[in-house]
Every structure is written in C-alpha cells, then in structure tokens.
Design a protein around this ligand. Sequence first.
Ligand code: CTP
Length: 394
Amino acid sequence: MSQQGPEIILGVGGGIAAYKSCDLLRRLQDRGYQVTVVPTPASLNFVGKATWEALSGRPVSAQVWENVHTVPHISLADKSEFFVIAPATADLIARLAAGRADDLLTNLVLASNAPKMLVPAMHPSMWLDPATISNVKTLRERGFRVMEPEVGRLTGDDQGQGRFPETSSIIRNFDEMTGNVSDLLGKKVLVTAGGTRESIDPVRFIGNKSSGKQGIAIALAAKKRGAQVHLIAANIDEKSVKGIETTHVVSTQEMHDALIKDFPQCDVLIMSAAVADAKPKASSFEKIKKSMLGNIELTPTIDLLADMSKSKNGQLIIGFAAETKDHLQEARRKMQTKGLDVIYVNDVSGGAIFGKDETMGTILTRNGADIAVKETSKDALGNLLLDQAIRQLG
Ligand code: CTP
C-alpha cells in the first residue's frame, strides 16, 4: 500500500475498550490506511472527540446533525473503502442488526456497501445472550465480518469470552479483509540506506553516489507488510521518510554506532547503504590546499556487516553487492566473508542504478537457486527481499 492507502472508517462503540482503539487507530495509520474516526455518542463518555481529532488529524462527528450541508453520512460513506467498528457493543450490534440509523455511524453503515468488520467487546453474559447471538448471526449472514472476542479477564473480577482482542490480531483480521499483506507483523526490521561520508576537511569528503532510494523502498515495503521498521539513513536525498522511525547519520562510525544500538533487537537487518570504504587517517580542521591533496593518507573503514554478523543471535542478515565484473563470484565471496543469509548483487557499471527508480540484478541465498531480477522497481525488489526474509525466518 502506498503512503496514501485506502480511506477507512474506524467506528467506536460505547464500551470501556474504546480507549484501546486509540492504539488501533495508530497501528491502522502505520499500515497506510487513511482513517476517519466515527464514535457513537455514548462512546464519547469513554474517549472524547478531542482525543480522536488529535490522533486522526481529522474532524470528528458523532451525529448527522453536524455539518449538515455536506451531507456527511453520504459523502463519507461514498469515499470509505472499508469499515472497522471496534469496540462493537451489544447495543451497537443490536442497532446494526435492526438496520437503525440513529447516529452518524449507523447511518454510514446503512449508506455504504463497503466491507465491514466488527470487533465485539462486552461482558460474557451479554455476548452469550440469545439476543446478541441472534444479532451476530444476522450480521454475519449479511456479510459483516464479526471477530470472536477473546477469553480472559474483564473489567472488574469477571472472566470469560468478551475481551477486546489484541491490536495485532485485529489488524491481521482487517488486513485479511482488505487484502493487505501483513506477513511481517510482530517482526522488527532494521534497514540502512544512503551512503556514508568520511570527512577530509571542512569542505571535502570521501563518499559515493547512493541516493538512499533502495533502502527507503525496502523500509516502506516492510512497514506496509506490518513490520516495525527502523531506518538508519546516511545522507539520503529525502529529508524524512513519512511514518518511518529514522536515525540520520553521516559517517561510517555513526552508522556503526547506530547499528550496535539497534541490531540486537532486530529480527532482520537489510544493509542497503553504500558504506565509504576508506577514510583519511586524520580529518583536517583547516581546508587542505589542493597541492597537498595527493598526500592524504587513507585507512579502511570497518566492515559493518562483518562486524554485525559476529554478534548475530538469530537475526537474518541481507546485504547488497555493487559490482562491475565477476558479479556472482564476488557476491558469493561477500556472502561468506560478511556472514550473510541473502545478498542482492547489481551491476553498477557506468554508475547505473544509482539514483534511479529501477534496478536489475540477482538475489543469491546460502542454499537456494539464484533468482534473476529483470529490470524492476526498487519497491518490487524490496518485496522480493522481504519474501526471502520471511521464507528463511520460517
Ligand atoms: N558494507 C559494510 N561495511 C563496509 C562496506 C560495505 O557493511 N565497510 C556492506 C554494504 O552495505 C553492502 C555490502 O557490504 O551491503 C557489500 O558492499 P560493497 O560495496 O559491494 O562491498 P565492499 O565490502 O565494499 O567490497 P569491495 O569494495 O571490495 O567490492
């Protein structure tokens, strides 16, 4: 899903679990959904309009009597592609089953043909009451997707089936309905992007042509598939990547520090950054005269991947190789020496690939067959690499 994903309605019923829908709203936004919150008037006793407006960044109405000139129940219904109603109380379920239209949410449900999912939460005796059982059956027959509440402790001392499910379980169900893939839900993916720079003096550096497009594409693809993504970005063209937690770095040392901090918690590291291979033995505070540039002594930078592999503890590591000849042999050698599980090699002869939206190369794994990647978008390559990650993580 692009950052401008489908328009959806998050309906909120008047149960104590309404506060848990604040987190649900955030996670839906993370998945790219454009969310309008429509609370029932009763639910505003638990979570007020101001909270929903602040979290969603959109105006919030509970009644059809607000902004009447815009006919909100019809215009909103028309633009919304999916509904998730969480929590759905016994009363709201009964009103929906009866086809009532006594607040904005129930009006919208009647006015829209979009697929709808309900997340019931109530006391077990209400969930098991014949009236609720019959209402749920009616709604399911009409095509509503009704989740089963979870079994466990409820507000007060009571136990039983009626708990509001975990946010991840709601998202998984909702993604299934919308066709959004969420196979990385619960996984932490660490991505590096861009190119590191080693300072020579106040005006010069050793760097490379990497724009960061590939790493950003991977980070967005992983996020879209449900992963918790952290991006370490070195001198990328874009100032920020919407919705992705990013640590900005300049030098290889700074990228190393960020990796040391984040690598232990991740499940997958995808190292798409182009790392400067050498740095001046000493960076000068004064601008070096050009006649002296030939005297600059260089020293290799640390190999970040090789260093991270040494402390590997179940993480899957994916590296890149930029080659101009002997691509496959060089890629296999790098896979061995850097301790990688997967490597993507591309031909950078003549500076090809850098800054472009397309890429072309080969994915190599430790035991599988090579996968040739014909000219494809960097977004699509991101997904191919994530497919490999999922396969190998089992
Ligand atoms: N890499 C790294 N640390 C370095 C250099 C590269 O972690 N100091 C990573 C890159 O992020 C990439 C992979 O290693 O995922 C291969 O990078 P590449 O530039 O192709 O290889 P090098 O190790 O630099 O080897 P060479 O210059 O000999 O091709």
